[in-house]
Design a protein around this ligand. Structure first.
Ligand SMILES: [Zn+2]
Length: 225
């Protein structure tokens, strides 16, 4: 399935904030591959918000291609708008302008996306198809390892703060069946800072890394797009 392996591990992290720097260094240490979903019109340090006393800060575009090297960049819409509240034309603009700005910044073709707020419907899916988007992640987690049928509205396995995270990981690591299995972990790096729980991702990566029977790839490498 993937280089002869039938288990694949991937990550999906959103918003492009300063905490991504530490997250990337952890992923790189363990050979993990992540898809980072970014908002091109919000790449300024003035774009901040508070979470649990921690100031979440977005990153400026300078240096981002170096930071995210080896990982995948995907669309998260220019201004992180709730697409279900916009007209067709506005949705097209949120998607296409983000896609082309990110393609220019990173010098690569972009085909992936994550829905801001997880908000989508059939109308939005139709527009994404016209915009050349091949896969888009929702916030509806599967708590399983099935290969998604509809890549334009696929769920991750779970969030890193999900109660069953390590139970699911143990199940995935022990799995030796013939059906392909994908573990997709999603979240926001600022949650590790705001909740002081970086150990979750360190522990997850340490347990899951460097296994002969697992393919480590970005979302598009796993879904072969
Ligand atoms: Zn977001």
């Amino acid at each position: 399935m993937w280089n002869g392996k039938n288990k694949a591990l991937t990550f999906s992290y959103d918003d492009g904030v300063e905490s991504d720097r530490k997250l990337v260094s952890i992923f790189n240490k363990y050979g993990m591959k992540c898809t980072f979903n970014l908002n091109s019109a919000l790449m300024t340090p003035e774009s901040t918000w508070e979470m649990n006393g921690f100031t979440v800060r977005r990153m400026p575009p300078e240096g981002l291609p170096e930071l995210y090297k080896g990982h995948e960049i995907a669309v998260h819409c220019t201004t992180h708008a709730d697409l279900t509240k916009l007209s067709d034309e506005e949705v097209r603009r949120e998607v296409l302008e983000d896609k082309s700005a990110l393609e220019k910044l990173f010098g690569t073709k972009i085909t992936g996306m994550a829905y801001p707020y997880g908000a989508f419907d059939d109308r939005i899916i139709g527009i994404l198809r016209e915009c050349g988007i091949k896969f888009s992640r929702t916030c509806e987690d599967s708590h399983g390892f099935g290969v998604p049928e509809n890549l334009l509205a696929f769920g991750a396995t779970c969030r890193h703060e999900s109660d069953d995270l390590f139970e699911l990981l143990d199940k995935f690591l022990a799995y030796s069946g013939t059906e392909p299995a994908v573990f997709c972990l999603r979240g926001h790096s600022y949650e590790f800072d705001a909740h002081d729980n970086w150990r979750i991702i360190e522990e997850f990566c340490e347990k899951a890394a460097f296994r002969e029977d697992i393919f480590y790839g970005t979302n598009s490498q796993i879904y072969k797009l």
